[in-house]
Design a protein around this ligand. Structure first.
Ligand code: FAD
Length: 394
């Protein structure tokens, strides 16, 4: 019989992996479990919040995946039975696998910030899973009066999309500068440094002087509780009352990872950096945001790169060959304004059981660059989005 691979999660990781498997070895039967009929992409969703882009540009269907001969099972995986190598679906149907790939992305950790629960997200959106939350934050900004205070709270590492909160602050500033110029943005951060910090701060100084204030951990940036009703954020140093509050809480691997036994006490999934096989349960691989195994940041670029490396390893293991050592690349573009982009890139290889960054192989955009370079990078970011979504969804 054909070897069977079951994939949980049809996001950047799972969709890219399912397609890479079929492309490299059409003899493998691949089933993709994803409850949604279409995927809503997070990259560029900050531009939707700022009114620069429409939500429908973030939607991708699964028809291309089905055309490749992959079976899309439109259900949620609710359990895994590793001893029998079976996945249990919401309707209690069981699917057998030879290898399982778990790619459920993140869940928000609602125990982390007192007062910030599922109900509070309707008043203080996180917008960290693109969809209704993205549109809610956009509507709140549109409804806010000129002169209002927008507060964004950013979590400690690790979390989905390290430059994401700062790109969001930038694009909200772009919206406010154009529509509500007396307004201000306060970023409360649970860490003392962030991705591309010097580039962001230089850009804020040039584009939005005096509009964005960033408060790191040492100066009272960690949010210790919220009151959603009054849009109040508490820190050890005092309280902030917001006109619009965007809470990006700490995160962990999507719930099915813990149910499958592949998440450890940190909430993330330790993996072997060569095969992406779980360190906790055999025959289960984990890729994308849910996985943790070194220095690779949690991004769509990473999820796609891990998907391709993992697909090759899974094929090698199923066909009795040695999986080769992968070399993975990540690049994260961020927009500070429609024609102002910056980027960070890195190369990663297995080293001492972890994915380590190759010294000197990556880098960021230059700190001093003419406007033409920033405009070019903004265009590269958009081109990258086209490429990666075509690769993942067809
Ligand atoms: P996801 O894309 O979240 O996919 C997980 C899928 O699994 C979902 O479709 C979900 O429905 C499904 N699923 C979950 N549980 C189950 C279950 N039990 N059964 C079946 N299916 C399940 N990355 C970049 O590279 N560049 C960017 O510019 C960028 N910008 C971003 C901006 C913002 C505001 C945010 C929030 C993120 C951004 N990212 C960016 C990060 C990127 O979106 C994520 O890193 C990426 O989506 C991770 O892919 P994934 O496949 O691991 O998870």
């Amino acid at each position: 019989a054909a070897p069977r691979v079951v994939v949980i999660g049809g996001g950047f990781g799972g969709a890219s992996l399912a397609r890479a498997l079929k492309r490299e070895d059409p003899g493998i039967a691949v089933a993709l479990i994803e409850p949604s009929g279409h995927y809503t992409a997070c990259p560029l969703s900050n531009a939707v919040i700022a009114g620069m882009r429409e939500m429908k540009a973030q939607h991708f269907g699964y028809a291309g995946i089905e055309d490749d001969g992959i079976v899309h099972i439109q259900q949620k995986a609710v359990r895994v039975e590793p001893d029998q190598r079976r996945v249990v679906l919401a309707d209690e149907v069981r699917l057998s696998y030879d290898r399982l790939v778990v790619a459920p992305g993140i869940d928000l950790n609602f125990e982390a910030i007192p007062g910030y629960d599922e109900a509070a997200t309707q008043l203080m959106p996180h917008a960290w899973k693109a969809g209704e939350q993205t549109l809610l934050l956009r509507r709140q900004l549109e409804a806010m009066e000129d002169g209002g205070l927008v507060v964004i709270s950013a979590p400690a590492n690790p979390f989905r999309c390290p430059p994401g909160p700062y790109e969001r602050a930038s694009l909200i500033a772009h919206y406010l500068k154009t529509h509500k110029p007396r307004s201000k943005i306060l970023i409360l951060d649970a860490k003392d440094a962030f991705s591309k910090q010097r580039l962001f701060e230089a850009g804020w100084g040039a584009l939005y002087p005096g509009m964005i204030e960033w408060v790191g951990l040492s100066f009272g940036g960690a949010v210790t509780g919220v009151d959603a009703g009054t849009r109040t954020l508490r820190t050890e140093f005092g309280e902030h009352r917001a006109a619009v509050a965007n809470i990006i809480p700490p995160q962990r691997a999507g719930a099915i990872a813990a149910l499958a036994g592949v998440a450890d006490r940190t909430g993330w999934c330790p993996i072997d950096p060569v095969t992406f096989e779980s360190r906790l349960v055999p025959d289960i691989h984990v890729i994308g945001d849910a996985a943790i195994g070194g220095a690779m940041p949690k991004s769509a670029f990473t999820a796609n790169a891990q998907a391709k490396a993992c697909a090759s390893a899974v094929i090698a293991l199923l066909r009795g060959r040695d999986p080769g050592e992968p070399k993975l690349i990540n690049t994260c573009y961020s927009l500070l304004a429609p024609d102002y982009g910056i980027s960070i890139a890195g190369v990663y290889t297995p080293q001492n059981g972890l994915l380590a960054e190759v010294d000197g192989a990556g880098g960021t955009s230059p700190l001093d660059a003419p406007a033409a370079v920033r405009a070019e990078e903004a265009a590269y970011g958009e081109a990258w989005f086209e490429t990666i979504t075509t690769e993942a969804f067809g």
